[in-house]
Ligand binder design. Structure first.
Ligand SMILES: Nc1nc2c(c(=O)[nH]1)N[C@@H](CNc1ccc(C(=O)N[C@@H](CCC(=O)N[C@@H](CCC(=O)N[C@@H](CCC(=O)O)C(=O)O)C(=O)O)C(=O)O)cc1)CN2
Ligand code: MET
Ligand SMILES: [Zn+2]
Length: 772
């Protein structure tokens, strides 16, 4: 018996319907019922696609109005008490408050009918990267008071919805151990694993309800089986799944993103009815799993790549599946490696891709079809899908032999680099002295991270340019007006190191992808990043080179408007690599080096054009870290090398900044230091400078700007708050090395709150100087 399924499907909608509905709802243009209707329609459509592709189940529970982990917080009834929710706040309103926070002023203004004071501003749940993806989840908060209680009907409602539509339903849950693991302990000395027994009761109740609804299979995701687990966590698995065992509900335990390694035997021995493995990231483990997993259990083989957009090698996949099948008594499930959340809904008929490129690619819908073809080939024999297999084979062959993929000059340059290509001339302390002479910045210099508000007007201008309704020259003029405005605002706020604001960039990665050779970009290849926010990762299909300067004109224009230093703004090689769909025909390290060389040329061009401070953003360096510790050193070596290659073409008096956000960095501090940027700006405020303690005890040698406020909410931070954070920073890092800046770029904010926040930030820096 062969089954076919997916672990999850993108929820944002082929035309980003969910994004637009959400944003309308938040603006008050549609009410909760209308938003719910939009969600229902998308779910119905995505289930129908799965059904039409001949899958044996539709997956329910992968939908969320913001984030699937946040859905679990409500399902399990563990909304953090700090939100002080009161009776009359609806489940949906509470959900968005947890996801987005509430500004202090807004709460003060909102005359609350209940007469309750909601207390201080309620900042949003922390947001962090989902394993090694560019998707962000909301971090659950746990302490000794955390109680679990089945609380939301949403999942059960969606299950009913799908059943009513006549589908065979397989609900998906994030597993109890992964849910706890991904959360955060809010009290010192508290161990969140101690919450497991209580949590299991809630899970048991969920399974019981699903059983009552007639559900046979429930997929429970435990992606943490792909990370290095402490013994206590590993030991907790078997009793936990023993406790969840029921006669009427079969559990398919799903793992993905990384090899199982030392957890392989455990995964194969758990008392569940089936196991899903990622046969793309861990193909070499498939054979062992095939042999170790008891024959009465189902094996789901994730053979179609859920993380990349290349059309699969179906011959190879089929070969593996046949071998597996032979050892599994003719039973297996065919699947994508992980949820399809991480790829665009479709890449067919994308207006920005030429026909040849399109024929090399597969989005989520196309992957459903690959799964169908594989299943059919196993069930009816390959001749039944001869045409489909032939087409896939031809596409593979065409891509492998296409002259578009190779550029001998690029390979030649990468092979003949000087040994010191990744080293600045002088050591940091020497550079620091030279740069101090040159820029004469005050103590606690202020700067921002790069982007200023991407207003509706900016996006409309770009959309008009794309549609041919705005001439190129008029577009440039409109962007120049934006840049001039940003410069004027920064000068009037008395910021020390200015930025041009990135108005001309649709996205910090896509913008470079559009200008570099070796990249293609899509018109509609949207992937959810967080909440309603999406990105269109460029497609890196060939050798990378830079036909001409990419940012010099904009930066020089911005510098011409001010005497203050204007920071050039680039995206680093690892972030471009990490946030693109990259080629699978050469190691990622080789691709990273090619990008690094292109960025290096841009850095040198900026320097030649008189730009003295250049920032090379690397927010994604941490998320690229392999999930398994054993693989990390190799990655960090080539990743930091690539960064240094991009940054080291300049003279000592040029100040190189880098920026990182969204992650825990304490475990890679030595490597961050080895990147040798003159200044690093880094996100810290959501965790109240916790992060910086690591930088202090490690004695991070170079200059550092720990973000003093969170840019993810419109809340305007008070001067005192930021002074407090700066003082905290000055306790662990020498004050002479400290910069003052927000956590990240300001593109998602509006101008009024941006100006107010930066005014307070500059004030805070001035207070620090006075206290000096
Ligand atoms: N690639 C990437 N990954 C990242 C980040 C990042 O900046 N880039 N930052 C972190 C995540 N943060 C993010 C913050 C904001 C957005 C974001 O604002 N995305 C925009 C899209 C940005 C974009 O591509 N804009 C284009 C096209 C925008 C668009 O939708 N245009 C409309 C028309 C617009 C109009 O007429 O107003 C259309 O095509 O229909 C542009 O500016 O040109 C969105 O979802 O709305 C995404 C991620 C981590 N990962
Ligand atoms: C996600 S990091 C963002 C860095 C970029 N320079 C910006 O300010 O938007
Ligand atoms: Zn950032």
């Amino acid at each position: 018996m062969i089954s076919a399924h997916v672990l999850g499907f993108p929820r944002i909608g082929e035309h980003r319907e969910l994004k637009f509905a959400l944003e309308r709802h938040w603006r008050g243009e549609i009410d909760a019922d209308q938003l719910e209707a939009a969600g229902r329609e998308l779910r119905a459509r995505h289930w129908q696609l799965q059904r039409d592709a001949g899958l044996d189940f539709v997956t329910v529970g992968d939908f969320a109005f913001y984030d699937q982990v946040a859905n679990h917080i409500q399902l399990l009834g563990c909304e953090p008490a700090r939100f002080g929710f009161v009776e009359h706040e609806s489940e949906l309103a509470r959900y968005f408050t947890m996801a987005r926070g509430v500004a202090a002023e807004k709460e003060a203004q909102a005359e609350c009918a209940c007469g309750h004071s909601h207390g201080e501003a309620r900042h949003a749940l922390e947001m962090t990267k989902w394993f090694d993806t560019n998707y962000h989840y909301l971090v659950p908060e746990f302490d000794s008071h955390t109680q679990f209680k089945l609380s939301s009907r949403r999942l059960f409602g969606e299950v009913e919805e799908a059943l009513k539509l006549g589908h065979r339903v397989k609900p998906v849950l994030l597993g109890p151990l992964s849910f706890l693991w991904l959360g955060k302990e809010k009290a010192a000395g508290f161990d969140r694993l101690s919450l497991l027994p209580q949590l299991l009761k809630a899970y048991a109740e969920i399974l019981q309800r699903l059983g009552t609804a007639g559900i046979q299979w429930v997929q429970i995701d435990e992606p943490i089986l792909g990370v290095d687990l402490p013994a206590a966590w590993r030991d907790a698995f078997a009793p936990a799944y023993e406790a969840l065992r029921r006669a009427d509900v079969s559990v398919l335990l799903a793992t993905y993103f990384a090899p199982l390694r030392d957890n392989l035997a455990l995964a194969c021995s758990l008392p569940v009815a089936g196991l899903h493995v990622d046969a793309v990231r861990a193909l070499d483990e498939l054979e062992t799993v095939t042999r170790q997993l008891p024959l009465e259990r189902e094996l789901s083989v994730g053979i179609v790549d859920g993380r990349n957009i290349w059309r699969g090698d179906l011959d190879l996949a089929l070969d593996r599946l046949r071998t597996t099948l032979a050892h599994r008594n003719g039973r297996l499930w065919v699947a994508a490696s992980c949820s399809l959340l991480h790829v665009p809904t479709t890449l067919r008929e994308d207006k920005a891709l030429d026909a040849e490129l399109q024929s090399w690619l597969a989005g989520a819908k196309e992957k459903l079809d690959e799964i169908r073809v594989l299943k059919q080939a196993l069930v009816d024999g390959p001749t039944a899908v001869r045409a489909e297999l032939f087409a896939a084979r031809s596409a593979q062959a065409a891509r492998r032999s296409s002259p578009r993929v190779k550029n001998p000059a690029v390979a030649e340059r990468a092979a003949t680099l000087a040994a010191d290509v990744d080293q600045r001339h002088a050591a940091f302390t020497r550079r620091q002295a030279i740069q101090q002479q040159r820029f004469k910045l005050p103590a606690f210099p202020t700067t921002t991270i790069g982007s200023f508000p991407q207003t509706a007007e900016i996006r409309a201008a770009r959309a008009a340019l794309r549609r041919g309704e705005l001439a190129e020259g008029d577009y440039v003029e409109a962007m120049h007006r934006e840049i001039a405005h940003a410069v004027k605002v920064q000068e009037s706020l008395d910021i020390d190191v200015l930025v041009h604001g990135e108005a001309e960039r649709n996205d910090m990665v896509e913008y470079f992808g559009e200008q570099l050779e070796g990249f293609a970009f899509t018109a509609n290849g949207w992937v959810q990043s967080y909440g309603s926010r999406c990105v269109k990762p460029p497609v890196l299909f060939g050798d990378v080179s830079r036909p001409k300067a990419m940012t010099v004109d904009w930066t020089v224009y911005a510098q011409s408007l001010t005497k203050r230093p204007m920071k050039g703004m680039l995206t680093g090689p690892i972030t471009i690599l990490q946030w693109s769909f990259v080629r699978d025909d050469q190691p990622r390290s080789a691709t990273a080096l090619q990008i690094a060389l292109a960025i290096r040329d841009e850095v040198c061009d900026l320097e030649r054009a008189g730009i003295g401070i250049i920032q090379i953003d690397e927010p994604a360096i941490r998320e690229g870290l392999p999930l398994r510790r054993a693989d990390r050193a190799a990655y960090l070596a080539w990743a930091t090398h690539a960064f240094r290659v991009s940054a080291s073409g300049v003279h000592d008096e040029t100040q190189i900044h880098t920026h990182m956000c969204y992650s825990e960095f304490n475990d890679i501090l030595a490597e961050i230091a080895a990147m040798d940027a003159d200044v690093i700006t880094i996100e810290t405020s959501r965790s109240d400078m916790e992060l910086l303690a690591g930088f202090g005890s490690f004695r991070y040698p170079n200059e550092i700007g720990p973000g003093v406020y969170d840019i993810h909410s419109p809340r305007v931070p008070e001067v005192d708050e930021m002074v407090r954070l700066m003082r905290k920073a000055a306790e662990v890092v020498p004050a002479r090395n400290l910069w003052v800046n927000p956590d990240c770029g300001l593109k998602t904010r509006g101008w009024p709150e941006t100006e107010a926040a930066l005014r307070n930030m500059v004030q805070a820096a001035k207070q620090m100087r006075q206290a000096g």
